[in-house]
Design a protein around this ligand. Structure first.
Ligand SMILES: *Cc1c(COP(=O)(O)O)cnc(C)c1O
Length: 341
């Protein structure tokens, strides 16, 4: 890896912006995950680049639907954006799955923008694999930064690492990234000076204790919400979030997940983002970085809200009731099995 392979940016958002700008021309498209971080679409649309979605499967640990991913690729597809570990899912892909995704990219000659802002932010029993470590073939622009793992969003320190071992990318890509980076206004130069020490001398206990706290919170929230009828929390494997499915049919007062979270903030002062922020209706997202007591209180209020508005289906037979408890039991064991009604 050479200096020319590393571009420092104003946060990871800026890194993503430069990567999308440099790989795709107006009129072309990039593939983005659904559910996924909404910034990809915002950035692309501002540049006249289309976004097409590939689906993640909640019942398989939010893994990519590979067939559907491949079907979305067309001759105007400039890149695939892959976010691992994921916001909003908290999923962490294993090596086999990442290799399978790389295979799809390789067969179709598509580059990947790897959003790894949550790199190494994984819970016990899971492992983070940098995407670029698994291929010599597929060109990868890895985006990352200090924002999340170092808990310093305001410091605006992020960057791109260009991985192109076979020199498959046009030479204009590196040059383009260089040129675009020179347009960054107010870059974080003081931080850039400190970067070497930040990266090499931050004690590992710092990361361990952060992850341990978020993991404890994930288990707590999952346990507290699993017992609720009408809710399907999906245990995350990393990052800072948990997605919770809502059986909207059991909450007929609300037309959609947006109304659901709006009323929850009005009545219980608990604020969650609705699934539609991530192009994924009938879910809401919980942030797991709050202090434990606050999280406990929030889950308590969510359950109150749930009980106040839940309406049992009229002909809920014994069988359905049983399969319902079966779902909760599986979720309880950390297996993210969601059986759609
Ligand atoms: C927070 C976040 C970013 C942006 O990070 P910044 O460094 O604050 O710009 C990018 N991607 C994902 C998935 C994020 O959650």
């Amino acid at each position: 890896m050479y200096n020319k392979d590393i571009i420092l940016c104003s946060g990871c958002s800026c890194a993503l912006d430069l990567c999308i700008s440099v790989l795709a021309n107006p009129g072309q498209n990039i593939l983005v995950p659904r559910p996924g971080f909404p910034l990809y679409r915002t950035l692309a649309e501002g540049l006249g680049i289309r976004t097409k979605f590939y689906d993640l499967k909640p019942e398989h640990g939010w893994e990519v639907d590979l067939e559907q991913l491949e079907a979305q690729i067309d001759d105007q597809t400039a890149a695939i954006v892959l976010n691992n570990p994921s916001n909003p899912c908290g999923s962490v892909f294993n090596r086999e799955h990442l290799s399978a995704i790389l295979q799809v990219a390789a067969c179709n000659f598509v580059s990947i923008i790897a959003d790894e802002i949550y790199d190494y932010f994984v819970f016990p029993g899971h492992e983070f694999h940098p995407l670029a470590s698994l291929t010599n073939e597929v060109p990868i622009l890895t985006c990352g930064g200090l924002t999340k793992r170092y808990l310093i969003p305001g410091w605006r320190m992020g960057g791109i690492v260009v991985h192109d071992r076979n020199e498959a990318l046009a030479p204009e890509v590196r040059k383009g990234l260089q040129s675009l980076s020179q347009r960054i206004i107010g870059s974080s130069t003081i931080l850039q000076g400190a970067l070497n020490r930040i990266l090499t001398q931050t004690p590992t206990e710092f990361f361990q204790s952060t992850i341990a706290q978020v993991y404890d919170n994930a288990q707590l929230a999952h346990q507290l919400l699993s017992g609720l009828t009408g809710m399907r929390p999906i245990m995350p494997s990393g990052a800072m979030y948990m997605m919770v499915g809502v059986d909207m049919a059991n909450f007929p007062e609300f037309e959609n997940d947006l109304q659901f979270v709006e009323r929850m903030v009005t009545e219980e002062s608990v604020f969650c983002l609705p699934g539609r922020c991530f192009d994924y209706p009938n879910y809401f997202r919980i942030v797991l970085t709050v202090p434990e007591l606050q999280l406990r209180e929030a889950c308590h209020r969510i359950s109150q809200f749930c009980m106040a508005h839940y309406v049992a289906p009229i002909n809920l037979g014994k069988e359905e009731a049983m399969s319902d408890s079966h779902i909760h039991h599986e979720l309880h064991n950390g297996i993210a099995t969601v059986i759609e009604p």
